[in-house]
Design a protein around this ligand. Sequence first.
Ligand SMILES: *Cc1c(COP(=O)(O)O)cnc(C)c1O
Length: 416
Amino acid sequence: MTGRTLITPTNKYRDNDKVIGVGNAFWDLSEHNGLAGIVADLDEGLLRTQSGHEFVNFSCCSYLDLDSHPKIIEGGIDALRRYGVLDHCIARSRVQIPAMLELEASLGELFGAQAVCSIAASTATFGLLPLIASGHLGNGTRPLMIFDKNAHVSMSTVKPVCADETEVVTSRHHDLGFIEDCCKKYARVAYVCDGSDSLGGYAPVKELAELQEKYGLLVYYDDSHSVSAYGQRGIGYVRSHSPVLDERTIVVATLNKAFGTSGAVILLDGCSQQTLRVIERFGGALNYSQLLNTAAVGAGLASAEIHRTAELTTLQNRLYHNIELFDSLIQTGQAGSTFPIRLVPASDSTVVEAGRRVFEAGFYVSPVFFPIVARGTAGLRVMLRAGQTEEQIRALCSVLTEVGAPSAAAAPEPVR
Ligand SMILES: *Cc1c(COP(=O)(O)O)cnc(C)c1O
């Protein structure tokens, strides 16, 4: 048909042509090599496909293996019985059963913060960042919003929404100089980043705190990868190290990784009742979408109880022990860190083939390459967990060596 208008997108903050154009080829290649679209039953820590292939998952983020802990399973069942309802569908700002409030009280006590739960960290971020953009979560002044270039997709995807409320820019990774320059220029600045990156490494929490003290910078951290796995009572990296725990620091974390349950928690400090109400009423899906169901709440309460006991430290130490064992066998850029993720470098052209051979040997590790990671930084992403056995880790590492991973014997002293 002629004469009808075709739309030219602005693609200022997102570009599906680019993302799908480059990314889909990667997914097709992964699936073609049996490394995506896998369906398998889980039994005693081993996965088994319908065709009978057994493997250990070395790319699962349940770092402490709490998701199958008997107390957490029981906690879910117990709460379902106690509340007698899975969910009571109505916006929480109108009517709610006290289940999620019970979990929020428990998590608030556990982490020493004001805790607000949501069904996912993604949902929390989608609710909170636009409120930060408009200044309603903060001091009332619209901030320049700086998104770290590596910010997890759950955050970067909210850029266009924030950009309708304020100015949005993307910074290089942890570019403190750029952030400080912006602080000098703008009345208010908010910086959005991961507390612990999905490819290893932590945020420069102390240096950011200096900017917070000096300029009133607001920092929004997604600490999903370190909550439970790191720190006293599993408080996570950011809250273990940030000297600024007040309204200038907002932490969101999934409960679906090391915490071992479902949902997410927002950790706030010094927030007025009024602000908490604004979050509850205007935080988008935090209000209109479903709450954590009672099974998830009960599992969360049970996990929080485990976090209060010495068992958490035992599990964390087992995780660290496994990380050290891995580091003693395979050389990676993350060696020596407490972070549970290791990227075993490989080239863009060989990484999927390497992943396929490792899978055939009985281990799943996800191949990552451009555009999941920057060009030239492809590799196999290995995640260590508390529940993996020494035998499994040693066996994985010998297969990794066979497919070309550098052995740690040749490694320089790790940087701590
Ligand atoms: C895994 C992950 C998420 C997703 O968490 P959900 O609670 O499932 O939305 C969000 N952010 C980061 C940094 C993650 O690693």
